[in-house]
Design a protein around this ligand. Structure first.
Ligand code: NAD
Ligand code: ZN
Length: 351
């Protein structure tokens, strides 16, 4: 088992290993020493698989446990579910010394985290991520949110958890396609700063070493979060592949998953960089090979002009320049400010 400490406005541990859920009760007790109640928030798929075990462990630690289950899927991450959860917590007389547990993927983590941030102006919570994406990305760093009709993640808060418990064993029930999506974020960390991690993924594919990969990814995310907790500076490096990825995801009306969209984004930017001499051709080819080794796509079926239009309306646009994260080599990236009128030409080189 690995423990990674995140020391930001709050200091907490991320535990990573096989069977870590068995120790959940004790971890929960450590997080909420005077807590009487624990509210497990999950989705129907994950709850059917893991809620009973989690609840048993919490009960052994002396908590009286209640459960709120959402239908699975991004459409549950909305204002109406959010208010339903708050009403549920109030109805169960949850107090500020009690504890929320977010058991699920990023959807559950984001909405349960936002409930924890706002219920009675903030109560303790533990993230128990059950998808690879949630383990390596959404559960660490304290971004919580719900979607609004006008767009994704438009209401939210920075609110760090009291602990994050990643049990690698739960990934066994995760459908392969969803596992693959999380792999895109892992490749991103590798390209950003961990060549060994990148090569491990390229060689092992979906058979990657769970504990090694999750802990190296979490360590990388931790470093960016610690340097820039509220995402006003270097944390933007984590947007590698995302500016173009978001555009492709949006154009597909979210039919193309986030991971696949980001994979296309990273591959396209890498090809454009090779064309411009920002990275070598070998580097771009290796990035593409890594993406393909995970069964992720490297090219988009959308037109360059449609992608460019959406990219220019992206919130990462900074007046007349667009900041794009570019690879110089595997393990080293930088920010390239591209004047908006040159963005089309830059991207074209990657198509
Ligand atoms: N807060 C952040 O920093 C941050 C970062 C990235 C993404 N996100 C958010 O994360 C969300 C996406 O997260 P996700 O990809 O984990 O999706 P998700 O939570 O919707 O989970 C995907 C599917 O997998 C199922 N599932 C989860 N764990 C399982 C398991 N162990 N076995 C079987 N099935 C399982 C779920 O029921 C769901 O149907 C989005 O809402 C996104 O905005 C947040
Ligand atoms: Zn992402």
């Amino acid at each position: 088992m690995k423990t990674i400490e995140v020391a930001v406005s709050k200091t907490y541990n991320v535990l990573i290993g096989s069977g870590t859920l068995a120790g959940l009760g004790e971890i929960a007790r450590g997080a909420a020493p005077r807590g009487e109640r624990a509210a497990v928030i999950s989705d129907d798929t994950v709850a059917a698989l893991y809620a009973a075990g989690v609840e048993e462990s919490l009960e052994k630690a002396g908590f009286s446990v209640v459960r709120f289950t959402l239908p699975h899927g991004e459409q549950s991450k909305n204002g109406s579910s959010y208010l339903q959860i708050l009403d549920f917590l109030a109805g169960k007389h949850m107090s500020r010394s009690d504890l929320i547990l977010a058991l699920g993927g990023g959807m559950v983590g984001d909405i349960a985290g936002f409930c924890a941030a706002t219920y009675m102006r903030g109560i303790k919570y533990i993230q128990i991520p059950t998808t690879l994406l949630a383990m390596v990305d959404s559960s660490v760093g304290g971004k919580t949110a719900i979607d609004l009709p006008a767009g994704k993640n438009l209401a939210g808060a920075f609110y760090q958890p009291d602990a994050v418990v990643c049990d690698c064993d739960v990934l066994r029930s995760l459908p392969e396609d969803i596992l693959r999506d999380g792999c895109a974020e892992v490749l991103k960390y590798g390209i950003l700063g961990d060549v060994e991690l990148f090569r491990h993924m390229r060689v092992k594919g979906l058979e990657f070493d769970r504990e090694f990969v999750i802990s190296r990814s979490v360590a990388m995310k931790r470093d960016y979060v610690c340097a820039d907790e509220r995402d006003t500076g270097v944390r933007r490096m984590l947007n590698l592949g995302h500016t173009l990825g978001h555009a492709v995801e949006k154009l597909s009306n979210f039919g193309l998953s986030h991971g696949k969209s980001v994979a296309i984004g990273m591959a396209t930017v890498a090809r454009a960089c090779a064309e411009r001499g920002i990275c070598s051709r070998d580097c771009a080819e290796e990035i593409e090979a890594g993406i393909k080794a995970l069964g992720l796509p490297t090219v988009s079926g959308e037109s360059l002009s449609a992608i460019e239009e959406i990219m220019l309306s992206d919130k990462k646009r900074n007046g007349s320049v667009m900041s794009v994260i570019v690879p110089e080599k595997i393990g080293k990236c930088s920010v390239l400010d591209i004047p908006v009128e040159e963005l089309g030409d830059f991207m074209k080189a990657g198509f």
